[in-house]
Design a binder for this molecule. Structure first.
Ligand SMILES: [Zn+2]
Length: 86
C-alpha cells in the first residue's frame, strides 16, 4: 500500500513538473515569436503626424545626428521647417 502511495506521489510530482516545464516552454516560444515579428516588420513613429507605420516604408532623415522616420516626404519637410523655426 505504501508503495502505491509513493507511486502516486511520483506520478503527480512528474505531472506538476511537466506542466511547469510546458508553461515555461510556451512562454519562451511566445517571446521568440514576438522577437521575430519585431525584426520582420518594425513599426516606427512619424514625429510630425504621430502615426505608426512599417520602417521599410519610412522616409529616413538624420537630424542632429539622430535618425528620424517619416511616413512621407511631406511630413519630413514640414518637420524640418518646424525645427528651423524653433
Ligand atoms: Zn506623417
Amino acid at each position: 500500500m505504501r508503495f502505491l502511495i509513493l507511486c502516486l506521489l511520483i506520478y503527480f510530482g512528474y505531472r506538476v513538473l511537466k506542466g511547469w516545464l510546458g508553461v515555461k516552454h510556451l512562454g519562451g516560444k511566445a517571446e521568440r515569436d514576438e522577437h521575430l515579428t519585431s525584426v520582420d516588420d518594425v513599426m516606427v513613429k512619424d514625429p510630425y503626424c504621430g502615426i505608426y507605420f512599417p520602417k521599410r516604408k519610412a522616409i529616413e532623415k538624420v537630424i542632429d545626428g539622430e535618425m528620424y522616420y517619416f511616413c512621407s516626404t511631406e511630413c519630413r519637410d514640414k518637420y524640418l521647417e518646424e525645427k528651423k523655426k524653433s
